[in-house]
Design a protein around this ligand. Sequence first.
Ligand code: NAP
Length: 247
Amino acid sequence: MRLKDKTALVTGGARGIGREIALRLAREGANVVIWDINPESAKSTAKDIEALGVKADYAQTDVTKFNQVEESVNKILDNFQKLDILVNNAGITKDNLLLRMSEADWDAVINVNLKGTFNCTKAVSKVMLKQKSGKIVNIASIIGIIGNFGQANYAASKAGIIALTKTTAKELASRGICVNAVAPGFIQTEMTAKLPADIQQKLLAQIPLSRLGKPEDVANLCLFLASSESDYITGQTIIIDGGMVMA
Ligand code: NAP
């Protein structure tokens, strides 16, 4: 088991990619806490994690609220005494062309995706600095690298996450903390199911591996970045997109 006795926190871990990451880390022996704004689905995912034979917990924590985030980190320390892995996964989209995008939709996406990642990283890194170890994995997106029609808010938030990843990696490296980002392409979840069928077909035509990604594909990469197998990697953004974007 690659993560035996580690404690991991996955934000937005109740469903979609976050849920798959939480289960993948648990299968490797990690005790997993999930934060989500939906307590019912968070509770149900926590039950599925426990069924794998590790400890699980959940909290209705909104990543946009710094005080709530700090209180929830303290609760994790009360229950688990340490926190080894943070996966900043919580994210939303509110798409529209720039000229039609409302200020509220801009703010909402930046708040959850970028400020949420800042809030959780700040609160958790205090713990990791004392421990002198830790792994932080930020879920970015290829859209943060290449941009996309109708996604000015989302693209800016994910580009911001990539820059935040590099900066925190530099600031935390001397204490043995690795910070990396994962940039998925199009992954089969409720988020991409919302895309019209013709757009999905156009996207498929641009993917050399001829399929959308699975949440499990992303979870496997997160496992690698959360484990000691990636100890010499920090500040990187790893693209996982079936070959759609080749740098
Ligand atoms: P999803 O199915 O919509 O799941 C997102 C999760 O985050 C949900 O459980 C949601 O809770 C939770 N969440 C939303 N706002 C939150 C907040 N303020 N605080 C805490 N939790 C919150 O999305 P997904 O497709 O799995 O995406 C997960 C991550 O991967 C996101 O960062 C996304 O940008 C990124 N990503 C996805 C794709 C893709 O193709 N799907 C591609 C690239 C990157 P509720 O259930 O209550 O809404």
